[in-house]
Design a protein around this ligand. Structure first.
Ligand code: AMP
Length: 516
């Protein structure tokens, strides 16, 4: 039996699956690709991957390809060959790529020629098979393995409260459950047409947009790079039915709308009005942004809550009243509960930790049974987020750990960044915090105790850090202090560090990073 995703695609053969607008910056291949194209090319990729074996048997295949048809065909090719897909992040510097490749134990790397320089040398160093997407694909299709849905499909790296990111493993069955829950709740059909502007190493872009669209037999129009002009132009064309983004993207789209001429504003707003649904998630949506977007687009954004490890858990309704500041109720097939420190259920009106159960919840952290065991209580996944139920709707209150920062939709770990910053020869001690920001949700900021006599400029600091950390993890503001505020136990008091930045508005670098 083929994977259900493949069987479904066969029914849509001649329908458009992926459309990549012509001339789209960074696009690897532009044009229109049918489900038949996707099935054919992915079977060729799978054939090339399995070589003389019959099945990759869950070998990890790391791949770095800009958003577009080649990305999707490769992801499907890995699945059809029986491998586990490990998507790499385009904006990651070498050390982060190397970490994901080695931690996942990838045996094969697939790279677009844009990334050949870094990835070929990593493959050589670690003795891995290296494939370029520009290589000729085999013309004879091999007999592809039957892949059971209980097998592992995907590893997505996600930051937590400890050190380095962990690989969250989902099976085909988990992904299927995540997708069907959203298809039911948001009534996806094969007539849908969605604009894809999200990164393809994160659940939001991979599951909520790409896989939902392909499961439904819909059209996924992929922009390989986010820029407000292109997004607005596509929305203005008036042929899209769905749009999903993080709050920071909505803030940027609002700013571009405000700068447009009256005539253009009208066509932008008309394009929005033609859509049936616009969704926000991956970070808290402020009521201010929600209201502004409503005046721009006529849409009351549907806010949902989810996480790499669980898929989507809570959502405002497609039909019926959506409440601003709330994330609604549990999605189909998802169980949600709120508990206190002693794992007792809390009554409505009392804050508690969100815990989630259901077929969409991930299998494990890759080769980290201890972290996996710690993340569950009696079969419930502990999200580390707190919420309260009011009038039957969940309201997210925040995260239990100050060391998890959400910036532009990206989840980053303060501890991971601190570990890297301590390698800087001039930095003796540091504390990384998230400071509230209207546009980015939070900005990554670092208080530093320096050693040596040289002052450290923000520019020099950032260029050093960018070589070691993903751009969205690099602090945009630094503050040199004599000593870090600590409590009696010697632990850094992070809220006090946040206050230091709140009064310091100057000397701030631009967020030269695309939001998620
Ligand atoms: P990620 O695994 O990168 O998708 O990040 C998941 C985290 O994003 C959650 O644990 C929450 O802290 C946060 N998050 C997701 N959706 C929302 C939302 N609607 N409101 C507030 N926080 C959210």
């Amino acid at each position: 039996m083929n994977l259900p995703l493949i069987i479904r695609a066969e029914k849509h053969n001649e329908k458009t699956a992926i459309l990549v607008p012509r001339g789209c910056a960074n696009a690897t291949t532009d044009g229109v690709f049918t489900y038949r194209d996707l099935l054919h090319i992915s079977s060729q990729i799978a054939t090339g991957l399995i070589q003389n074996t019959e099945d990759l048997q869950e070998q990890r295949v790391a791949f770095l390809i800009p958003p577009g048809f080649e990305y999707v065909a490769t992801q499907w090719g890995i699945w059809r060959a029986g491998g586990i897909a490990v998507p790499l992040c385009i904006s990651h510097p070498r050390p982060e790529l190397e970490y994901v490749i080695t931690n996942s134990g990838a045996s094969i790397i697939i790279a677009h020629p844009n990334f050949e320089g870094i990835l070929r040398s990593l493959a050589q160093e670690h003795n891995l098979r290296f494939i370029l997407t520009s290589e000729t694909l085999p013309s004879n299709i091999a007999h592809l393995p039957e892949v059971d849905i209980t097998r592992r499909a995907l590893i997505l790296y996600t930051s937590g409260t400890t050190g380095k990111p962990k690989g969250a493993v989902t099976t085909h069955q988990n992904i299927q459950a995540q997708v069907t829950s959203l298809i039911t709740a948001w009534e996806w059909t094969s007539s849908d047409r969605i604009l894809h502007i999200l990164p393809l190493h994160h659940i939001h872009g991979i599951v909520n947009v790409l896989t939902c669209a392909l499961w439904a037999g819909a059209e996924c129009h992929i922009l390989s790079k986010f820029d407000t002009e292109t997004v607005w132009r596509r929305i203005g064309d008036g042929d899209l039915t769905l749009f999903m983004a993080v709050p920071t993207i909505y803030v940027k789209l609002i700013a571009a709308w405000e700068n447009a001429s009256k005539e253009r504003q009208k066509s932008m707003s008309e394009g929005c009005a033609k859509m049936r649904l616009m969704v926000s998630g991956s970070a808290a949506l402020s009521v201010q942004v929600l209201e502004k977007w409503q005046s721009v687009s006529g849409h009351f954004l549907l806010e949902r809550y989810g996480m790499t490890e669980i898929g989507m858990a809570l959502s405002n309704p497609l039909h019926g009243e959506r409440l601003s500041g709330y994330v609604g109720k549990p999605l189909p097939e998802v169980e949600v509960r709120l508990v206190d420190e002693s794992t007792e259920l809390v009554p409505p009106g009392t804050p508690g930790e969100i815990q989630v159960k259901g077929p969409g919840v991930f299998l494990e952290y890759w080769q980290n049974p201890q972290a996996t065991a710690k993340a569950f209580q009696d079969g419930w996944f502990c999200t580390g987020d707190t919420a309260v139920v009011e009038n039957d709707n969940y309201r997210i209150l925040g995260r239990m750990s100050v060391d998890i920062i959400k910036t532009g939709g990206y989840k980053v770990s303060a501890l991971e960044i601190e570990e890297v910053l301590r390698e800087h020869p001039d930095i003796q001690e540091c504390a990384v915090v998230g400071v509230g920001d209207l546009e980015w949700g939070e900005r990554v900021c670092a208080a530093l105790v320096l050693q040596g006599s040289q002052p450290l400029t923000l520019q020099a600091f950032r260029s050093w850090a960018k070589e070691r950390l993903a751009i969205y993890k690099v602090p945009t503001q630094i503050l040199t202090v004599e000593e870090l505020p600590r409590n009696a136990m010697g632990k850094v008091i992070k809220p006090t560090v946040v206050e230091l930045f709140a009064i310091l508005k100057h000397n701030q670098a631009d967020q030269d990073v695309r939001p998620m």
